[in-house]
Design a protein around this ligand. Structure first.
Ligand SMILES: [Zn+2]
Length: 152
């Protein structure tokens, strides 16, 4: 079933709003409290204190990427992830974790190599990719399929 509507959680009152993807550009308001529904326009850096909540409260697809400044593959794939976050804003939220800055987060998610990609749907981990994909297209296809897969 294809459906152009998506779910957005209001960061003011935490209620879920369902709206057509096309309305994202028109500064949609929360149906309950009328606050502007904010959508990340690109990757956001992990804030450890808020991370569990940020994952649990994102009702659509969330991609967490674990990267390192020293990783050659990360330099190749970071821009791909950034474009996906911009182009699929609203559907996809990207949270980036620098494993050198946050070794505790890497350990908690059993990350042993970079890049590692961990995908959540509606707050639940569904799949992960440990290590670089074979090329950019593999990564893009993988993420797009996960965005389009509807389990509800
Ligand atoms: Zn609200």
């Amino acid at each position: 079933m294809t459906d152009d509507s998506l779910l957005l959680r209001c960061i003011t009152c935490f209620s879920l709003n369902r709206l057509p993807e096309s309305r994202l550009k028109q500064r949609p308001l929360c149906g309950k409290c009328k606050a502007v529904l904010e959508v990340p326009a690109g990757p956001v850096a992990a804030v450890p204190a808020n991370l569990d909540r940020d994952i649990a409260y994102w009702p659509e697809t969330l991609l967490m990427t674990f990267t390192s400044r020293w990783c050659v593959y990360c330099k190749i794939y970071n821009p791909v992830v950034s474009s996906l976050a911009e182009e699929r804003s609203g559907r996809l939220k990207v949270i980036t974790v620098d494993v050198d800055a946050h070794p505790d987060l890497a350990k908690r998610h059993n990350v042993t190599k970079t890049p590692t990609f961990v995908v959540f749907k509606n707050g639940t981990m569904v799949v992960r990719m440990d290590g670089a994909p074979k090329d950019k297209n593999e990564l893009i296809t993988w993420v797009e399929n996960l965005i389009n897969y509807q389990s509800y």
